[in-house]
Design a protein around this ligand. Structure first.
Ligand SMILES: C[S@@+](CC[C@H](N)C(=O)[O-])C[C@H]1O[C@@H](n2cnc3c(N)ncnc32)[C@H](O)[C@@H]1O
Length: 236
């Protein structure tokens, strides 16, 4: 029997309208002064850092999760690492980056914020560093080259404690991740394929729970629910 339902017009509207985005970017709280200054500096100088709505969410989420051991993949000038560590002496952040200029700037920032004891910079390519790590973490934030998220995923899971969270930034490629491959410029096809593969594999992967948020260019949150190896699921 067919039954008429009231139309839920929100279902047919994009979730993030420009005015909603403006609100989330411009009207949500500012961070403590040095972090706020670094965020403004990064935006003015077009240094790639997480957008404000993602930063506010990250800050909120860590307040709930209460991690002590954090791993970051993709540090840039240290904005997100500083945000996670500042005013939280109980937290330690190990953060990976391979780009000298970013590392020099991040060091200066950590020094001036008094975070040198709380942040450890791991210099080099995450593909070499991740397999060598032996520590485990409550929270991992991955914000590096998108074509590598799929490859790095099982290594992140190796290093994540059971019940720990992995947050991955920028998974939508501006929404083009859902377009047909032949409409995608050749230079970004690898990213397109790898992000699609990641989204596909996590759907049916045992031992994790996931959710996706339309913040910035898309955030994937993964909770590890079983202590197992994920390398076979993410075969190359
Ligand atoms: C988007 S930026 C990180 C921004 C930072 N999370 C923030 O919000 O303040 C990405 C960084 O990842 C680094 N990166 C990309 N691929 C990497 C890899 N395979 N190994 C190490 N660092 C990498 C780049 O050098 C760049 O500094």
């Amino acid at each position: 029997m067919s039954e008429k339902h009231p139309i839920n017009e929100m279902l047919d509207r994009p979730v993030v309208m420009p005015k909603v985005l403006d609100y989330m970017r411009q009207s949500q709280k500012e961070f403590a002064e040095p972090i706020n200054e670094l965020e403004n500096y990064a935006h003015e100088n077009r240094v790639p850092i997480i957008p404000h709505e993602t930063a506010v969410f990250l800050d909120f989420l860590l307040g709930v999760v209460k991690p002590t051991d954090i791993l970051e993949i993709g540090m840039a000038i240290g904005f997100s690492a500083s945000l996670m560590a500042y005013n939280h002496p109980e937290r330690h952040v190990d953060t990976i980056d391979r780009y000298d200029q970013m590392i020099r700037n991040a060091k200066k920032n950590f020094e001036s914020f008094g975070l040198m004891d709380q942040v450890t910079i791991l210099e080099g390519d995450a593909k070499d560093i991740l397999p060598e790590l032996d520590k485990t973490y409550d929270f991992i934030f991955m914000d590096s080259a998108k074509a590598k998220y799929y490859d790095f995923f099982p290594y992140c899971m190796d290093r994540l404690k059971c019940d720990g969270l992995l947050m991955i930034d920028d998974i939508f490629q501006g929404g083009t991740v859902f377009d047909e491959l032949d409409t995608i410029p050749k230079r970004v096809r690898k990213i397109h394929k790898k992000l699609n593969r990641l989204l596909e594999v996590i759907q049916n992967c045992e031992g994790i729970e996931t959710t996706i948020l339309p913040l910035g260019d898309g955030v994937l949150l993964v909770r590890k629910t079983q202590n197992r190896s994920f390398h076979n699921d993410f075969s190359l």
